[in-house]
Design a protein around this ligand. Structure first.
Ligand code: GRF
Length: 206
């Protein structure tokens, strides 16, 4: 019989391929999480269609409709709580959340970033890796803290940089790693296998 599933909200701004990976994971009968709400700050985000195709409630909360970041984040918080969301995944959400929001969701908020943090923080992580000439980059799933792209690391996957890579080809390769990494991260959390203590995330192996 299906056990209790962690009610998860996903925040997006764009194409939503990571959202799709989570949606697909949640269709697996024994996957311990379900997506109960998708929120986008952009009405043209492709991920909204992905959610609707999967019959998941999807809503637009535009930052342009609010006079402050605090008011925008409060609207997101209200929507998440109204939907009974217990845990939040950022999946290409391109707004920096306020400390108030991040602290309210402390250890119940994760992000996926297209580099091996702490290397290459920021919005152009893939371009930074190419410019630095590294042979290996990757992706990181981490718990969110107020400062951008910081917080306890949960999972990282390495991805090779290949000769002739452009930011598009490299980001495509990273995205494929992200999809596996993010579904595994949410599975581990929802299965109760992750503890965060003193800013370190620990995965139990049972
Ligand atoms: C991903 O590379 C993610 O790491 C970053 O934004 C991108 C979102 O891609 N935060 P998608 O919308 O999931 O395809």
């Amino acid at each position: 019989m299906q056990g209790r599933r962690l009610k998860t909200g996903v925040l997006i701004s764009g194409s939503g391929t990571n959202l799709q990976a989570l949606i697909d994971a949640c269709t697996t009968p024994d996957y311990p999480a379900e997506i109960t709400l998708v929120i986008s700050n952009r009405a043209d985000a492709g991920g909204l269609d992905r959610a609707r195709q999967a019959n998941i409630p999807a809503t637009v909360i535009s930052h342009k409709d609010y006079t402050s970041r605090e008011a925008f984040d409060a609207a997101i918080d209200t929507a998440l709580r109204a939907a009974g969301v217990e845990f939040v995944c950022l999946a290409g959400f391109m707004r920096l959340l306020t400390p108030g929001f991040v602290n309210r969701w402390h250890d119940r908020l994760i992000n996926i970033h297209p580099s091996l943090l702490p290397a290459f923080k920021g919005i152009d992580a893939v371009e930074q890796a190419l410019a630095a000439g590294v042979q290996t980059t990757g992706c990181t799933v981490h718990f969110v803290r107020p400062e951008m792209d910081t917080g306890p690391t949960l999972l990282q996957v390495e991805v090779p940089v290949k000769a002739g890579d452009t930011s598009e080809t490299l980001h495509d390769r990273i995205r494929r790693a992200e999809h596996q990494c993010y579904r595994e991260a949410l599975r581990l959390i929802a299965a109760g296998k992750v503890a965060v203590s003193e800013e370190t995330a620990t995965i139990s192996d049972n």
